[in-house]
Design a protein around this ligand. Structure first.
Ligand SMILES: CCCCCCCC/C=C\CCCCCCCC(=O)N[C@@H](CO)[C@H](O)/C=C/CCCCCCCCCCCCC
Ligand SMILES: [Ca+2]
Ligand SMILES: [Zn+2]
Length: 266
């Protein structure tokens, strides 16, 4: 049992040189870049609060769980232990599950699913089964998780097909662009390590950490915005960027322009 906690007990080893900067931290840059989750998550929790209060406070679970994803990712890269790997991957699986249960568009539910409560129970059952099967062949978990990423992208494209909202379209392009950049770093670190070692630049997995958190911030806000338009249209949701709207860069969030009066009337 103690073996699963021991350093380098995971079959995974990323391109960054081990113990290069510290004798206690196996992959230093990969560990430090995981801390970026701690910067973005509290800001997103704060920015999404007005929307979550109106729609469902459970929405906060997504960014609370992202803090744990960052924590487990840092622990994994610090030790490259089997326990670190499983915590890292399972926390991603569960945050995806919460996201699907809360935000997956009703019109795309399978025909036998009547409401969101039933859909959430289905997601829970699939997630429990996936959690158990993830121990059978742990090396395939990361690829399976990326398939969810692809499905998310597909869902977004279906949702955006008829969208004419300029701000939403721009956010969709940014989210997809960031995801493509992030996944290219992940794949390149995995499969082209010897090339990057020749260039003495083995930090692509760390860049993946930074890019994927921003992609999730952009992508999940867009999904939340589409959800707000469907589920709480009376609140007149709009998209803005923090810290400064004029830049149209920074972190996106949802503003509810409907006054209390408007909401009561609807
Ligand atoms: C309608 C559905 C809404 C879902 C909302 C999405 C909620 C957030 C989802 C995922 C969080 C991703 C966190 C990434 C953590 C990175 C930690 C890490 O690097 N782990 C690696 C090992 O160190 C491991 O190999 C990585 C495995 C791959 C994980 C792939 C996750 C899929 C991410 C999908 C993000 C989509 C962004 C939006 C695109 C438009
Ligand atoms: Ca390594
Ligand atoms: Zn990682």
């Amino acid at each position: 049992m103690a073996g699963v906690f021991s350093y380098e007990s995971s079959e995974l080893d990323w391109c960054e040189d081990n113990y290069k900067h510290s004798e206690h931290v196996v992959e230093y840059f990969n560990t430090m870049s995981s801390l970026f989750f701690f910067v973005i998550s509290p800001i997103m929790l704060y920015l999404l609060h007005p929307y979550a209060r109106e729609r469902n406070l459970a929405i906060h679970l997504v960014w609370i769980m992202m803090i744990f994803v960052g924590l487990f990712s840092a622990y994994f890269h610090m030790t490259l232990s089997f326990m670190g790997q499983m915590l890292d991957e399972l926390s991603i699986l569960w945050v995806l599950a919460v996201g699907y249960a809360l935000w997956f568009p009703r019109k795309l539910f399978p025909s036998f699913v009547k409401d969101r409560a039933t859909f959430s129970r289905l997601v829970l059952a699939i997630t429990i089964i996936s959690t158990l099967t993830s121990f059978v062949k742990p090396t395939v978990n990361a690829y399976a998780l990326n398939c969810f990423g692809l499905h998310l992208l597909y869902t977004l494209l279906v949702e955006m097909r008829c969208c004419t909202d300029r701000k939403a379209l721009r956010l969709a392009k940014l989210s997809v662009g960031l995801w493509v950049l992030a996944i290219s770093c992940w794949i390149s670190d995995r499969f082209a390590c010897s090339f990057w070692q020749k260039l003495n630049f083995c930090y692509l997995h760390g860049f993946w950490h930074i890019l994927i958190v921003i992609a999730v911030a952009y992508g999940s806000t867009l999904i939340a915005y589409l959800d707000a338009n469907n589920e709480i249209p009376y609140s007149l949701p709009g998209l803005q960027y923090w810290p400064c709207e004029k830049w149209a860069v920074g972190l996106p969030h949802i503003v509810l322009k409907g006054t209390t009066k408007t909401r009561k009337r609807c």
